[in-house]
Design a protein around this ligand. Sequence first.
Ligand SMILES: [Zn+2]
Length: 254
Amino acid sequence: MAANEPGQPGLSAAGELTRDRPTPAVALAIGAHPDDVEFGCGGTLAKWAAAGCVVHHLVCTDGSKGSWDASADTSALVATRQDEQRAAAKALGATGTVTFLDQVDGELEVTLALRGAVAEVIRRVRPEVVLGHDPWKRYRLHPDHRSAGFLTCDGIVAARDPHFFPEQGLAPHRPSALLLWEADEVNHIEDVTGSVDAKLAALEAHASQFESTMRAVDDSGLAEFRQRVRGRLASHGERIGVGAAETFAAITDL
Ligand SMILES: [Zn+2]
């Protein structure tokens, strides 16, 4: 099936690829685990932060399954991963908040209560652009990535409409755009040529994940990891003739 066929709600017409949104005043990136935001949109966030955007992070789970060591102390791991996430946000140049919903890693569910929690963060930080996992990505294995994607979409709908969660006592807020990374159907691309180093620095702040996620247990493993990330960004960049890019499904009729 051709990507971006006309008639798909929110997606632009067939073949149309938008690029480089104007820098938003405020952006909120929502990830399932510590490190997902940096993998999904770190280059875009670093670019925007450097241009004055206030970048906020929302992390749904506690990252407590992020170790291959069956005897690992998971409460220590949770604390480490929160510290790493704050350091990663700094490495991106983010000046906003880093919020943790503290759900158990691997067990994130799309509940009404969590939809309310996401909506509350959206209403508090009032982002112009929200970024998150694409929950409709085909053959996606990890349940937390699906759930976080749906919570992001559902949280936006709740945040914009006044009759959702009025007990929050917060004004509704409607973002201008939602950018979904690892998109099933890419229709938007951001040039990140100038922020690849910041993305890598932010990814490398998640040092506890060097073994399980990045396969970077030694110097040569780390060099290979950097090369993989650079290579992926470069191949996306080729689509628009730039050195590096991140791709998204953009939904702009929120
Ligand atoms: Zn993840």
